[in-house]
Design a protein around this ligand. Sequence first.
Ligand code: FES
Ligand SMILES: [Fe+2]
Length: 362
Amino acid sequence: MNVNSQFANSTHKPKNFNNSERFIEGWYWVIPSRNLSIGEVKPVNILGRELAIYRGKDRKVVTVDAYCPHMGAHLAEGQVDGNELRCLFHHWKFDTQGICVDIPCLDEPLPIKLKTWPTAEKYGMIWVWTGEYPQQPLPFIPELEHKDCDVIFGPRLVMNCHPNVVGINAIDAQHFNTVHQLLSEITFEKEELNQNAIIFRNITYSGKDSFLIKLIRPFYKNPITYNICYWYGSIGIVTLNFDSLYIHVMFAMRLLEGGKTEAQTVAIIRKRKGFFGWLHNRVLLWLTKIVGKDFIKADIKIFQTIQFDLKTPIKADISIMQFINHLEKQKPLMWKTWKFARSPDAEKKEKREKWRDELSND
Ligand code: FES
Ligand SMILES: [Fe+2]
């Protein structure tokens, strides 16, 4: 069958994929955990929304909407008081649920609530869920579940295209050879873990000795396995396996204004005991960081100028098509408001029905 006609419908104007006004409801990275100490409060802007995050005395991180419900002062100017946050302006105080617990000039606080967002920490990062209640666990690496791990932060990058476009690079079969001169042939198999997570797996044999292959050749006998797990289309966790050794590299991305990408790379490995275990992990993580940096360098050039438009898909692009289809089934939110993004058609229908209801009520 002609591949172009086979994919023509599925590529027809995706609503979520590469949409600069939308992102998928999910867990998103905020800042590295080590950048927020106990008693500290910081301003952060994530996916267009202004927030304040702080770490209370109990070490837990709390994320709240930035502007005080009294008069709009930025709460990151305020002060952490035990596990609560006090606004700098008139000293109103809010607890971890956002409930106002003290207004100094009143005997009783008012029944008001500051918006809070579910927050957690994993792999050395602070994460926030962009909806009311988390519908999914934090992005996880199956091989590392319930195990301690060592992490190293790689570069933080800003790229001139959408996180979805950056993300699909890892399943763009052709480019491994053309851009990275790495793998002569690669075919992925997909497995949808849940509504928000999809894995693409491959066993790769390299035909050529690239820089990366030369570097790792002494360390493995069996073919390297490679897989990537995507969460919400914005977080990609690459797992490389050489014999019994697993290395994971996370590309945690967020959509910036105008369809750009802010990415933090993190290399992750299972913790090993003792000094030599520590040293072993440090060397591996450091190597991964160096190789990863070199690997991404070639892609970055493309990300800075691409105007993504998959007009002519071929069979080698099938994983990209599968990624797009997977993304289209997820719950889209609007950048900045974090409100559910209805399609214009659905909105029109809703209005029409409301109008009909009003008529029949008369
Ligand atoms: S603006 Fe925050 S207490 Fe008044
Ligand atoms: Fe690449």
